[in-house]
Design a protein around this ligand. Sequence first.
Ligand code: LLP
Length: 419
Amino acid sequence: MDHFGYRDSVLHCEHVPLPEIAAAVGTPVYVYSTATFRRHAQVFRDALSAVPRVHLAYAVKANPNLAVLRVLAGEGYGADVVSAGEMARALAAGMDAKDIVFSGVGKTVDELARALDAGIGQFNLELEEEGEVLGMLAVQRGTAAPAVLRVNPDVDAGTHAKISTGRRENKFGVAIDHATEMYARLAEVDGLSMRGIAIHIGSQLLDLAPLEAAYERIGRLVADLRRFGHFISRVDLGGGLGVPYKPGDAPPSPADYGAMVARVTRDWDVELMFEPGRVIAGNAGVLLTEVVWVKPGAVNPYVIVDAAMNDLARPAMYDAWHDFAAVRPTGARMTANIAGPVCESGDTFAMGRDIDHVARGDLAVFRTAGAYGAAMASTYNSRALVPQVLVDGDRFAVVADRVGAETLIAAERVPDWLR
Ligand code: LLP
């Protein structure tokens, strides 16, 4: 459920009509609903109420905007970060370093050192050598780094290949068959304080079965590790829960997910950690855009909007579907292709889709764009970096500026020899 809806035939975010935001900020622009973020944060937490010890670490990559992080910090969430940049954001948003988990397959030595200095609560190790380096850095600082080992359970998440992470051939985690020996070696490394296991098998999962299979494997691994005398106090179950993007999508509800987790992990006796991203942010945002032209096409007309693949990359990258809706629908429909202004055919949001009838100058939205939308935006074609607005009840604020060509050009240099 989200807080975007029609009132007097005009699409609103909470109590703010979207045309008001377009007039004040221009388009394209991401619009986020505070109430939706809060609701999703609460629903996810409530879904896990049967689990005794839970730590919630919002996956910053889904939507790293500072104001969004601030809302989630207010809901008691920590953060899952994958770079020093994301760590800086989580800290700047007021999250406690102890509540931050540092994941990622390519943490640099410098990033590890900075995270140690910041007092990050958990390092999710991806390989043995990383653990050795982290231990050495911790010893130099007279401390011990709290760490878990990310395991690759070799489970097919059944999602898009580019966002599947738990198959043997993926770059993430260590093979579950080698996890016991590797854990034993890491447990001996000075400066490391090994606490348990982490997994994350993929994103936009529409079925609980692969998650359950992966969790069961992890349960057996935890029991094995304990049999060998290892101390296991945490298991990080990652993120991955899908959201509905198009009519007919039926992802498992957070409640179903929570019930499965409670059942599978009943005897684990650990603190369970979660890294939800999309399920918190997805439906909390739309990309508001204006129709630039309606251009006749070979089969269907092209609705050319002022948002493009640089603003919302998901359709071009993953063939993802984002619902398209007019801000002031008339009731009339049309079959059209929807595309942006960028100079490649991949800059197409939909082909031959039945949509609200729109004409030049009309406002429309791509829905479910709160996760991996602005987060993945670029300035390709020297288009401005898309701005972001946060709505709260009847007020709204620009929470990320439109960064235009002037600013981007000002950060570039022409060397002396070319002057
Ligand atoms: N934890 C780890 C270690 C992850 O790699 C991810 C996402 C998450 C948590 C959060 O997963 P979520 O709950 O959001 O599914 N750009 C792609 C999604 C990439 C996801 C990468 N990892 C997209 O737009 O679909």
